[in-house]
Ligand binder design. Structure first.
Ligand code: 26W
Length: 814
């Protein structure tokens, strides 16, 4: 790996200031005096991008040689976060930027804050893709991220006067967006609909309509790796976008219809993050970016060749399917190889199966995509034919393996009226992996058991990771400086296992006190951030206790709020002695899918509990609750470093991995959690004594389901729980309206599928342990420091190394 600090010639702050001035003049047409912070943000971003462009051209040239197999990461979501600071860090230009901007008379923070955060993802899956493209570039691996440049990202969340979630469009492209380069000359044609006809013995697809896929290229700089990879996001345009005849007939809507229909494809991100969306537009989006990307990869490795030897294709590039969303890519590559390049079925099949791999990110049956055959048949008639043939080939193969008919039927990819995308991905690719050890085991033992029994060598695990560049170095500069001081090097930023060097310092009280001071300073900083962004006052002399993730019943925000209500009631009625109440501030951050009724009611309840608690003098200084609106990457980068206690309380067996849990541990928070997802591995690595474990494990959950779960029994058996639910039902948090949360209470007492009530007592009981330890700051911070020291494993660099070793079989560019 060539160690170079900055692109070619390290630029000085003066030179960088000149480059910004030049950009202000030639791209914004303003002088420094006339320039706004937004102008300087665009100018500085373009100046940085130009520096990265040099290295990018070099990386692309070396990648195109195809000597080192390239990784293509196919994802419907990339939750990249703000770009400027990350680009400056990875390009080694941060100091120059700060000095240059100050020389121009601006505050660096004001320029960084002028950036609009791109929200091209829902949550875990999208952010993981962003961490992975950062690690691929930082490890010097040739790679492309392929996805969609949605015009509208994840909705903006605000709360109305009743505490209800209100969604507003995320028009992130309303102002100049300096990072994406629209490359019109590398566009691709993507077709839809129509029919398939027989022409001299060949199946020929006659599509009905097509759109123009135009790539928008984002540079992905590695951290001091000398490599800059590409994130290629496709945007849809109409070929003939304006119907002049209709216009002349003053049928204006008719005139723009072709344009609107085409552009609709990349118009908006679907805000669902764990329930499949059976909408035609969603399938159009998936096929759109996958087809454009596969043709782009062939163009990139076989430029100008109309009869390329694609038998080498899978040696030059492999495609990682980020969940089932891009799986239509398997029949699409088959169609391209057979229909566009005349390969026979078997040759096409061996190339395709070698090229694709599938990562599953969920265990929820409702999240596994199953497309109606009618929809695929109508939109992609040739693909349905190919899928049917793959499904038949699969059945024959299973028969050959001696699998019984009933099981073959259960495993069917094509059921006659539906296509099961997870099954197509598992049969049509080389490897299948889960995203945490427990998750991968459950995939083999339950969700994909038959497949694992038939193809055991296909199944592997790659536990998720997070990039230390954004989530430690950028988000937590105080802790970063202390780590570098403790280790005597900053090499940990690209080799996170070095954090274990902090272990001995956990016995050095002075160092632990410095660590505690960093946390306190981060809390103080967050108090300022929250005041600026949400206009709220936070008491920094309370324990900062955070639960931020998408709102979903399996994640059990309901368990957290019921525990908060029980605590509130306990302080109010004195069952909890006011003097030994440990002052705590509880922060929630969570968006709910707009159509998810119970999730939105839970948000309303949490906001109203906050309203009542925060305005009750009896608990002032003892308990405060804040639901911070519009949880996004920026909020995470500010809230995680300030957090002391993180909530990872999902029902065991439901959270595939979690990645927030890793970010909190790496930023010195202690976790209260269940044995679910990656919590299991975090607890194993940081030490059981440094993790607050509660609740049932997977086996206990399964046996409770088996024996029949009656939530009301738990309601009756724990007075704390009964009281909390009765307060909700009684209207305490709805100005006496006893029906406000009736559906939620009814669900808790009659269904409670994710067993919030069954785990309540264990969760309530562990609070005492947590508070006991918190009254011993040195011991608390020692354990928190050990969480940092022992969490290096959760770097996305390690995860990518695992993919390189076990799945992609490639490495850094030579
Ligand atoms: C079709 C709608 C849809 C959209 C997104 C279904 C499922 C998804 C994602 C798979 C949901 C998701 O983000 N899953 C999360 O992925 C993270 C990264 O692996 C894991 O850490 C989380 O546990 C998992 O919930």
């Amino acid at each position: 790996m060539t160690e170079i600090t900055a692109p070619k010639s390290p630029v000085t702050a003066e030179q960088f200031a000149d480059e910004i001035r030049e950009q202000l003049k030639y791209s914004q047409g303003v002088t420094v005096e006339q320039a706004t912070a937004a102008d300087v943000y665009v100018a500085a971003s373009k100046a940085v991008r130009n520096h990265l462009q040099d290295v990018w051209m070099d990386t692309q040239a070396r990648t195109a040689k195809g000597e080192t197999k390239t990784v293509a990461y196919f994802s419907a979501e990339f939750l990249m976060g703000k770009q400027l600071e990350n680009a400056l860090l990875n390009a080694g230009l941060t100091d120059q930027f700060d000095k240059a901007v100050e020389a121009l008379g601006f505050e660096p923070k004001d320029i960084v804050d002028a950036e609009y955060e791109p929200g091209l993802g829902n949550g875990g899956l999208g952010r993981l893709a962003a961490c992975y493209v950062d690690s691929l570039a930082s490890l010097g691996v040739p790679a492309f991220g392929y996805g969609i440049q949605y015009r509208y990202g994840i909705f903006k969340q605000t709360f109305d006067e009743n505490g209800k979630q209100v969604e507003t469009p995320d028009y992130w492209l309303k102002n100049e967006e300096p990072w994406g380069h629209i490359d019109y000359n590398r566009d691709q044609k993507v077709s839809f609909g129509g029919e398939v006809v027989e022409e001299n013995g060949k199946r020929v697809w006659k599509p009905a309509w097509s759109v123009r896929a135009i790539p928008v290229d984002y540079l992905v700089p590695g951290y001091k790796s000398g490599n800059v990879n590409t994130l290629r996001l496709w945007t849809a345009r109409a070929y003939d976008e304006f119907d002049l005849l209709a216009f002349n007939r003053s049928e204006y809507m008719e005139a723009v219809k072709p344009q609107v229909a085409a552009e609709n494809i990349s118009k908006i991100l679907y805000p669902e993050d764990s329930t499949k969306v059976g909408k035609e537009l969603r399938l159009e989006q998936q096929y759109f970016f996958v087809s454009a990307s596969l043709h782009d990869a062939i163009r990139f490795f076989y430029p100008g060749e109309d009869k390329p030897d694609l038998t080498t294709f899978a040696d030059k590039i492999c495609f990682q399917l980020n969940d089932t969303h891009p799986v239509i890519g398997i029949p699409e590559l088959m169609r391209i190889l057979i229909d566009e390049y005349d390969y026979d079925w078997d040759t096409a099949w061996s190339i395709t199966t070698k090229a694709f791999n599938y990562t599953c990110h969920t265990l929820l049956p409702e999240a596994l995509e199953v497309w109606p055959a009618s929809l695929i048949g109508e939109l992609l008639p040739r693909h349905l034919e190919i899928i049917e043939k793959i499904s038949d080939q699969f059945k024959a193969e299973l028969k050959g393996k001696g699998v019984d008919d009933a099981t073959i039927n259960d495993m069917a990819i094509y059921t006659g009226d539906a296509v099961r995308m997870a099954y197509l991905a598992t049969y049509g690719g080389s490897y299948v992996n889960g995203v945490a050890a427990l998750h991968s085991q459950l995939l083999k033992d339950m969700t994909l058991k038959n497949f694992s029994d038939a193809y055991p060598s296909k199944f592997t695990n790659v536990t998720n990771g997070v990039t230390p560049r954004r989530f430690i170095k950028l988000a937590n500069p105080r802790l970063s400086d202390l780590i570098t001081e403790g280790l005597g090097t900053d090499k940990w930023i690209s080799d996170l296992d070095l954090l274990e060097g902090l272990e001995p310092l956990a016995n050095d009280d002075e160092f632990v006190k410095k660590f505690a001071a960093v946390k306190q300073a981060n809390k103080h900083a967050f108090v300022g951030f929250a005041k600026d962004h949400y206009g709220i006052d936070i008491d920094e002399n309370t324990m900062f206790n955070t639960m931020c993730k998408r709102l979903h019943e399996y994640k059990r925000q309901s368990l957290k709020i019921l525990a908060v209500i029980s605590r509130y009631a306990g302080i109010k009625n004195g069952t909890i002695n006011a003097d030994d109440v440990l002052p705590r501030t509880v922060f929630f951050g969570a968006k709910a899918a707009p159509g998810y009724y119970l999730a939105k009611m839970t948000i309303q309840l949490i906001n109203n509990v906050a309203r009542v608690v925060n305005n009750d003098p009896d608990v002032k200084g003892k308990l405060a609750v804040h639901f911070l609106p519009n949880y996004n990457i920026e909020m995470a980068q500010n809230l995680i470093p300030a957090t002391e206690l993180d909530e990872q309380i999902s029902q065991a067996g439901k959270e595939a991995s979690g990645t927030g849990n890793m970010k909190f541990a790496l930023n010195g928070a202690l976790t209260v959690g269940t044995l679910d997802g990656a919590n299991v591995e975090i607890r194993e690595r940081v030490g059981a004594e440094n993790f607050f474990l509660f609740g049932m494990n997977v086996d206990e959950v399964e046996s409770l389901y088996a024996t029949g779960y009656d939530p009301a029994k738990y309601y009756e058996s724990d007075p704390r729980l009964k009281q909390a639910i009765d307060l909700v039902a009684g209207g305490t948090f709805s100005e006496g309206d006893r029906n406000a949360y009736a559906p939620l209470v009814a669900d808790w007492l009659t269904k409670d599928w994710f067993m919030t009530l069954a785990d309540f007592s264990s969760y309530a009981n562990i609070q005492a342990q947590i508070e006991e330890l918190y009254t011993h700051p040195l011991d608390w911070n020692r354990k928190a420091l050990l969480n940092v020291a022992r969490s290096g494993f959760f770097s996305s660099d390690r995860a990518i190394e695992d993919y390189l070793k076990d799945i992609w079989h490639t490495g850094p560019l030579a």
